[in-house]
Write a protein that binds this ligand. Structure first.
Ligand code: ATP
Ligand code: MG
Length: 563
């Protein structure tokens, strides 16, 4: 492609809300154009990158036996009602009516639609398994669309769904998809981790996320310094914290502790390790529009992990309870404790069997010492605490630490969560109707454009990986007004293209310095400078990754680019 024939509107003007490097650079280098909050046009370079990513995804999925389809972007609200998600999904769903008052939803994900497709076309176990995917537009009316392509409202997703006769086969496909996703992210040249993710009500290792490592990532990932263990902080677990050397010893008794309310103050007051001081966090849990107060009980040295708490009580949302709401329930802020509390109580696993600790007395200015957790029901103990840096790995005992990642893919064992309510069944070997076992597999295709840049950029601009780059080579003719140089530039350009190398030829009659700046900003892997030396058969090759420059003989260019 000749620069003079392609629309690359590079600009210095970028909006103030563009804070992430990828957002700034994709705008500056003319890959994308802002339309409205969370909505972008892809310009020619952006479209090329997206197509490259899409092709890698498609090739690997097709190799793994998946079938590409394309579903309606506009989906009937009735399907969403049937699956129970019409209300649950809340305001992220963009709803509207057609001229005949039929209600529709712009698809934010397509479980319902795909189940409906398969329900109508698959009858027997003999047609299973089947894995269908699409690479298509999604719309989510995100509360805070931001960071450019990273969190848009309209975006491109690859979403796949597999259908199976039994759970074993679904598990097999889930493993195959994990392997396939690893191939995709590796081919795209990304540094990534596969992490255990929060699986909501399904639990276990039923969900994995593919995280592209980048300092700006919105997700916190827990990784081990010794083994492969990696988990989203919402799902991460650690070995129990070691008990302090000095055990706490006390008979059960009530103590007056005026004004002593925080864990630090209680621990200081009684001269015991916060490990033995119990924290009772009261929250308002909302389930199907109904709210109730729930107490979450942990050791003073631990922190409540909100998503674990949400799952523990099967709530849609957890919000802080006000002092007034506590008072209405007969609770005293600062002195709440788990004994005789009178509201639903969930206790962190690490307190199971604890015989001696300090808890709030549910009475102003009083704490109980020597309290025991032995009388609680086993079912009340759940994993509630957030893994902290320095905790021990649950697999090997190594040290856990935090890193930041961008969620670029997510695979999930759905089981019969959608097939059951949508009455999607097949006939098994005995002629009995059974709901399909399902898996679901997503990749944020347009988010990946931004993720590549978050991981690969410098202050001068983008550094595309080989597989994602709009062009592999970018020829800069130092002076296009010089006919001889322009002709040599054309020769190199033809040679590269004849050998299958996607090439951009900067044939503009601009200054050399400005052209180099655009090469650095756009970020194709190789810059090829056709300058004065070219008259003697020498050209320079610049590696965009480290900006190292070497001079080579013009006829060696193909060898140099590894062709
Ligand atoms: P997030 O936690 O980032 O909001 P999600 O868990 O809601 O994402 P999924 O439903 O798992 O997203 O969707 C599959 C993939 O689609 C995600 O892994 C992500 O890469 C991409 N994706 C989700 N929301 C957006 C968005 N608003 N803009 C761009 N890509 C998105
Ligand atoms: Mg997800």
């Amino acid at each position: 492609m000749r620069y003079s024939h392609i629309l690359i509107p590079t600009t210095k003007e970028i909006p103030k809300d563009a804070v992430l490097p990828s957002h700034k650079m994709l705008l500056r280098a003319g890959f994308i154009q802002h339309v409205s909050s969370g909505i972008y046009n892809l310009l020619p370079l952006g479209k090329m990158v997206q197509d490259n990513i899409r092709n890698v995804i498609k090739e690997e999925l097709d190799k793994a036996g998946c079938n590409e389809v394309q579903l309606g972007f506009v989906t009937p609200a009735s399907l969403w009602e049937k699956s129970g998600r019409l209300n649950k999904y809340g305001r992220e769903l963009l709803r509207f009516e057609d001229r005949k008052d039929n209600e529709f939803v712009l698809g934010p994900t397509h479980e319902e639609m795909m189940v409906n497709l398969v329900k109508q076309s698959v009858r027997s176990y003999k047609q299973l398994p089947i894995n269908l995917y699409q690479i298509n537009t999604k719309f989510r009316d995100e509360i805070r669309p931001r960071f450019g392509l990273m969190r848009g409202r309209e975006f491109l997703m690859k979403d796949g769904y597999s259908f199976h006769a039994n759970r074993e086969d679904m598990n097999r496909e889930f493993d195959l998809m994990e392997q396939t996703y690893k191939k995709i992210f590796t081919r795209l040249g990304l540094d990534f981790r596969v992490v255990e993710a929060d699986s909501g009500a399904i639990g276990g290792s039923g969900s994995k996320e593919f995280m592209v490592l980048a300092d700006s990532g919105e997700d916190t990932i827990v990784t081990c310094d010794k083994c492969e263990y990696a988990a989203n902080v919402e799902a991460a677990t650690a070995k129990p914290k070691p008990r302090p050397r000095e055990e706490m010893e006390a008979e059960f008794a009530k103590f007056k502790t005026p004004g002593v309310t925080t864990i630090e103050e209680v621990s200081e007051f009684f001269k015991v390790d916060p490990y033995f001081v119990v924290k009772t966090v009261v929250k308002k849990a909302i389930t199907d529009g109904e709210s109730r107060l729930v107490a979450f009980v942990l050791r003073g040295c631990d922190t409540l992990q909100e998503v674990k708490a949400l799952n523990a009580v099967d709530a849609d949302d957890l919000i802080d309870a006000s002092e007034q709401e506590l008072a209405d329930a007969g609770l005293v802020a600062g002195y709440v404790g788990p004994l005789e509390l009178g509201i639903e109580t969930v206790i962190d696993n690490s307190l199971e069997g604890e015989k001696c600790c300090i808890v709030g007395a549910n009475e102003t200015d009083y704490h109980l010492v020597g309290a025991s957790f032995e009388s609680f029901d086993k079912a009340q103990f759940k994993d509630l605490s957030e893994v902290q840096e320095g905790d021990s790995c649950p697999c090997c005992g190594g040290t856990l630490g935090y890193t930041k990642g961008i969620e670029a893919g997510h695979i999930f064992k759905l089981q019969d969560r959608y097939s059951k309510p949508l009455e999607a069944t097949f006939l098994d070997e005995n002629g009995k109707a059974k709901p399909f076992e399902m898996g679901t597999y997503g990749i944020g295709v347009s988010r990946l454009i931004a993720a590549v840049i978050e991981q690969n950029h410098d202050e001068k601009g983008c550094k595309w990986t080989k597989a994602s780059a709009p062009f592999e080579a970018h020829i800069i003719v130092a002076n296009s007004k010089d006919d001889q140089l322009a002709k040599l530039g054309d020769e190199v350009y033809d040679k590269l293209r004849e050998n299958g190398i996607e090439t951009l030829l900067d044939d503009r009659k601009d200054r050399f310095g400005a052209k180099m700046k655009d090469f650095e900003l756009i970020g194709c892997p190789y810059g090829i400078i056709v300058g004065k030396g070219a008259l003697e058969g020498k050209i320079e090759v610049v590696n965009r990754d480290n900006l190292d420059k070497i001079e080579i003989d013009m006829h060696e260019i193909l060898n140099h680019l590894g062709v």
